[in-house]
Design a binder for this molecule. Structure first.
Ligand code: PAP
Length: 324
């Protein structure tokens, strides 16, 4: 009892000293710095701290990890469709397919928001937490990480936040200001490069446990990466399933075009009536590689590439996508 009370006091002390700063964030909230990264608000930090203290992962759990705007929605959809393919794909009916009633985000829990009431048949848990802040018990579980060229990640984040602000009658951040903040690492779950490097380095140390994916490579060969993802998660396709076109069906079902055009993703909302309520259609914009060419000046692109080269120097990770 005494030690619990001490821990609560200790946690309150930790939380009260955290730095807050205006940055590139949801609903123009101040960012909160925790363990070297910027969090969207104090409530998320509080829940992260409590997950770090209490969350007990099962060895069969699979963590889907990403910085925001790097392909999270797609990775969630593919992974969920893979593990529940008997209902999602085989059944074929709209009623059995959760993608017709919710955004892929609603199909699995988010570690730093809610992991209570888990479906025992679903081993998937998503998180935007950086590798270094994952709860201790995750160290025995498989992790899939997806990343994306920083320029496209930024452009996607900028549009998402601008639309979100407008939907709440708030002033959207200006592109130049947003660019400066992102480059300084002052964006939610940023610095982006540190987030990627944490998982990259861990994947080099533990390649059997951490699958490191790139959005652009997945876009170029979605079937190949869907098979790879399924095998990694322990849900590999049988020859029979492959012959029946199961891989292609999953790729098609989870494609940008298909998900974007579902009624629920045109009109529905996620986090209904809560502080984070958002329209599902915000998660589907262009779904393309190199859309940054339409939004960044050549100087901006050069500047961000320079940061990427500097931040990643010494690692052999190439985050910049070049057309084949
Ligand atoms: P989140 O972190 O808020 O969940 P996330 O899904 O990581 O966002 O990123 C959104 C991007 O993925 C958007 O990119 P864009 O702004 O450049 O268009 C979105 O369009 C894209 N996206 C969403 N669903 C898919 C999909 N099924 N296939 C490919 N890209 C997708």
């Amino acid at each position: 009892m005494e030690s619990k009370r001490n821990q609560i006091c200790n946690d309150e002390d930790i939380l009260s000293t955290l730095e807050k700063r205006a940055g590139l964030n949801l609903f123009n909230h101040d960012l909160v710095e925790y363990q070297g990264f910027w969090y969207p608000d104090m409530a998320v930090v509080t829940r992260t701290l409590s997950a770090q203290r209490q969350f007990q992962a099962q060895s069969s759990d699979v963590f889907l990890c990403s910085a925001p705007k790097t392909g999270t929605t797609w990775l969630k959809a593919l992974s969920f469709a893979i593990v529940s393919r008997t209902t999602v794909v085989d059944d074929g009916s709209t009623a059995a397919n959760p993608f017709h009633s919710k955004l892929p985000h609603g199909c699995l829990p988010l570690l730093e928001i809610s992991v209570t009431n888990r479906d025992p048949n679903n081993p998937l848990i998503a998180t935007h937490l950086p590798f270094s802040s994952l709860p201790e018990s995750v160290s025995g579980c498989r992790i899939v990480y997806v990343c994306r060229d920083p320029k496209d990640t930024f452009v996607s984040m900028y549009h998402f936040l601008a639309k979100l602000a407008t939907s709440r009658n708030m002033e959207p951040v200006h592109l130049d200001k947003a660019f400066e903040l992102f480059c300084n690492g002052e964006s939610f779950y940023g610095p982006y490069w540190d987030h990627v490097l944490g998982y990259w380095n861990a994947s080099l140390e533990q390649p059997d446990r951490i699958l490191f994916l790139k959005y652009e490579e997945m876009m170029e060969d979605a079937c190949f990466y869907t098979k790879k993802l399924a095998e990694f998660m322990g849900y590999g396709f049988t020859l029979e399933e492959e012959k029946k076109g199961m891989v292609e069906k999953i790729v098609e079902m989870c494609s940008f075009e298909n998900l974007r055009n579902l009624e629920v993703n045109k009109d529905g909302k996620v986090g209904k009536n809560g502080p984070w309520e958002m329209k599902n259609n915000l998660f589907f914009r262009e779904g393309r590689i190199r859309d940054w060419e339409n939004h960044l000046t050549p100087d901006m692109a050069k500047h961000m590439d320079f940061i990427t080269h500097s931040k990643l120097s010494g690692s052999d990770l190439n985050l910049l996508y070049h057309k084949k």
